[in-house]
Design a protein around this ligand. Structure first.
Ligand code: IMP
Ligand code: MG
Length: 184
């Protein structure tokens, strides 16, 4: 794999802008959940893991975290097909907990809609979503996003948790992929 800079068309969101916005989201979540005594952050692997760890450290109310992995059957990494399945489930029993799903990006909305329906059957006390990025132009299924980091245009992005063939999740910023150099 080449250096990340080979595929970089432009920086979409800088490290400073990401961190500032995450601090704001952390403050807002801390206010909204100040009376909760059972807050659980649910990280959707793998894309949301970097966001989760930064966001969690900006949330001042006590909370737990758990992880689940989802795959979109038959899809490349640019979008999901609508057929979604769980490849790794939560360990925590979420019944009667205030659950906040933490996602990297909402594109068609298929992944999130599936996860929300599934988690609702487990009777949490509340269920909300915090998404770092919202590519709303591409929405196929309406999903309620309580906290949004940034609305972004319909461009293929990487970095800060989002990968190109599993690489570059560690980049501290969000970049736009140069599609003349990456076939995906
Ligand atoms: P949805 O089910 O179409 O909303 O797809 C959401 C998932 O697609 C995200 O969790 C990402 O894994 C992936 N995805 C969508 N857009 C991008 C992108 O621009 N870069 C990397 N992954 C993306
Ligand atoms: Mg994802």
């Amino acid at each position: 794999m080449k250096d990340y800079s080979f595929y970089l068309l432009e920086t979409l969101i800088s490290e400073t802008d990401l961190q500032n916005r995450i601090s704001e989201l952390g403050a807002e979540i801390s206010r909204d959940y100040r009376d909760s005594d059972d807050l659980l952050l649910v990280c959707i692997l793998r894309g949301a893991v970097i966001f989760l760890t930064d966001l969690s450290r900006k949330i001042t109310v006590p909370h737990a975290m758990d992880f689940m992995a989802i795959s979109s059957y038959g899809a490349g990494n640019r979008s999901s097909s609508g057929v979604v399945r769980i490849t790794m489930d939560l360990i925590t029993n979420i019944s009667n907990k205030d659950v906040l799903i933490v996602e990297d990006i909402i594109d068609s909305g298929n992944t999130l809609s599936y996860v929300m329906e599934l988690l609702l059957t487990r009777k949490p006390k509340s269920l909300n979503v915090c998404a770092l990025l919202d590519k709303s132009e591409r929405r196929e299924v309406e999903v309620p996003i309580r906290y949004t980091g940034f609305k972004i245009p319909n461009k293929f992005v990487y970095g800060y948790g989002l990968d190109l063939d599993e690489y570059y999740r560690n980049l501290p910023f969000i970049g736009v992929v140069d599609l003349t150099k990456y076939e995906g």
